[in-house]
Every structure is written in structure tokens, then in C-alpha cells.
Ligand binder design. Structure first.
Ligand code: CP
Length: 285
């Protein structure tokens, strides 16, 4: 059974297939692959884009979709992840799970008997990053190569983007303070922005890192994306952010709302990439 727990589960061939399929769905291609099927979204943290877009994607494919909000299930608290997996697997045909610990995703996938999708864990955000590379492919017309410069820390989204960029032959560089780097693909030097086709910002303080907020805000202050800094990127460069955005704290409003910002296209495209993911998981069991 195929699960999407990590971008490392994906071949380059499959990534290209999903980009193509997402484009087809966006162009109006229909599929009834989820008719008679049920999906569920469970989360231990807030979500707007991920929950809404998975709901719309599953329903667009003909299925029925339910969500449980943070606190309603109490994963690992009210009852064990193993028992939740067994019960959800007896009710639903697919589980979309936002959890902190990747080990919970493994338990869900091993104990539920149905496909499981990682809707954000502390190490990866594969559905987000897949939608992002679809958005970049769409905007730049299936580029053979380009350079994505990520301004931020070694976050879950950055980890997924890094792997997907490597798989596609695209360059990925994270710029930020050294303590927040990956072992590779990182620099403290903001001049890397001059090479950027895509300037991607993300929050410096992810959910669960609030106790570190003061230290992180201080360390990342030089990486605040001003309009002047964004203008150092290639004239054709676009601005992306997975949202929610801390406007005026991490990036200028003028960049977010500027003519080269594609953040809403990026958010919308999550529907189409997730249709491609759901279709694949329902038809490769
Ligand atoms: N980008 C993202 O995952 O948004 P949500 O947290 O609102 O789902």
C-alpha cells in the first residue's frame, strides 16, 4: 500500500506524473476515483489551507470527507495512536493526518490498513511542497532548472522542498542564521538572493517553537525580507510563502501584495496537487 509520509517516498517519475496530473485537474479534467470512498482529516494543530484543500480535493473526486479539529481526538492522549488508527481504518478509506511526531504517521500507516498522507509533521510537509513545485512548474512552464532560495530555518516545509528540488534537478539554497541550517544546501549569505528565480519565505517561529520566539526573532532579524532585499533577486523572480504569513514581522506587505507575489495561486494549487495525490493513493493499494 502506498502512503505519502515523506517526500523520500517519491521517485522523480512519480513527482513529474503528479505535476502533470495536477495541471490536468486544474484545466478541468474530471475523475470519479473517490466515488463511494471516504476520507478523514485529523489534526492536533490549527489548519486552514491543508484542511480546506484536502476536503475540496476529495469531494471533487466524488468522495465524502470528514475532519476532526484539534482536541477532538486527542491523539496519544485520550487514546493510543494504534487504537485511533484501527478505528479510523474501519470507517475511512484514507487518513490525512497533521501530527507533530513522524512516528505517529508510521503507526497510523501500519495499523489502519488504509493509505495515510502526512499533512505536516515536525520533519516534513510533503503535500505543501508538492503543490509548491507544481506552482513553480506552472509559472515557469516546466523549467528544466531554476534556483529556489528559501529564507528561513530548516523547517519541515524546507526539508520537503529541498528533497523535491534535488529530485527535479532544481537548485535549492536556504539562507538564514547558521544554527538553523541543514547540514547541506545552506548559507548565511543573503547575496544568494541575486541568483533566485523563486524567493520563498516561511515563518521563523513554527507551531511548538513559541518558547524560542525571542531568540529566533533576534537571530532572523537580518533576514526580514524587505522590498529592497527582494529586488536583489532576478527581475523575473517570484515571491512565495506557504502561509500563514507574519506580515511586517518576517516580510514587507509590499512584497506579499506585489505584482510578483504568487501566494494565492500557490494556495489554490494545493487543491489540484492533492487531487493527484488522492487519486494515486486510491488507485495504488
Ligand atoms: N500552509 C499550510 O499548511 O497552511 P495551514 O497550516 O493553514 O494548513
Amino acid at each position: 500500500m502506498f502512503h505519502l509520509l515523506s517526500t523520500h517516498d517519491l521517485s522523480t517519475h512519480l513527482i513529474h506524473n503528479w505535476i502533470q496530473r495536477a495541471a490536468e485537474f486544474k484545466a478541468g479534467t474530471l475523475s470519479d476515483c473517490a466515488v463511494g470512498k471516504t476520507g478523514v482529516f485529523i489534526t492536533d494543530r490549527p489548519s486552514l489551507r491543508t484542511r480546506a484543500s484536502f476536503t475540496l480535493a476529495f469531494e471533487a473526486l466524488g468522495g465524502t470527507f470528514h475532519s476532526f479539529l484539534p482536541g477532538e481526538i486527542g491523539l496519544g492522549q485520550r487514546e493510543s495512536t494504534k487504537d485511533i488508527a484501527g478505528v479510523l481504518g474501519s470507517y475511512y478509506d484514507m487518513i490525512i493526518a497533521r501530527v507533530y511526531e513522524p512516528t505517529d504517521l508510521v503507526v497510523l500507516s501500519q495499523q489502519s490498513g488504509v493509505p495515510v498522507v502526512n499533512a505536516l509533521s515536525k520533519t516534513e510537509h510533503p503535500a505543501q511542497a508538492l503543490a509548491d513545485i507544481f506552482t513553480i512548474s506552472e509559472y515557469f512552464h516546466n523549467p528544466a532548472t531554476l534556483h529556489l532560495v528559501y529564507v528561513g530555518d530548516a523547517s519541515n516545509t524546507a526539508q520537503s522542498l529541498l528533497f523535491l528540488c534535488d529530485q527535479l534537478g532544481w537548485q535549492f539554497t536556504l539562507t538564514g542564521p547558521e544554527p538553523y541550517h541543514f547540514p547541506t544546501h545552506c548559507t548565511t549569505d543573503l547575496s544568494v538572493l541575486t541568483q533566485a528565480d523563486v524567493v520563498y519565505t516561511d515563518t521563523w517561529v513554527s507551531m511548538g517553537q513559541e518558547p524560542e520566539a525571542q531568540a529566533r526573532n533576534a537571530a532572523f532579524a537580518p533576514y526580514y525580507l524587505t522590498t529592497q532585499l527582494f529586488e536583489q533577486a532576478k527581475p523575473t523572480a517570484v515571491f512565495m510563502n506557504d502561509m500563514p504569513i507574519r506580515r511586517g514581522i518576517e516580510v514587507d506587505d509590499a512584497v506579499v501584495d506585489g505584482p510578483r507575489s504568487i501566494i494565492y495561486q500557490q494556495a489554490e494549487n494545493r487543491i489540484y496537487m492533492q487531487m493527484a495525490i488522492i487519486e494515486h493513493l486510491l488507485t495504488h493499494q
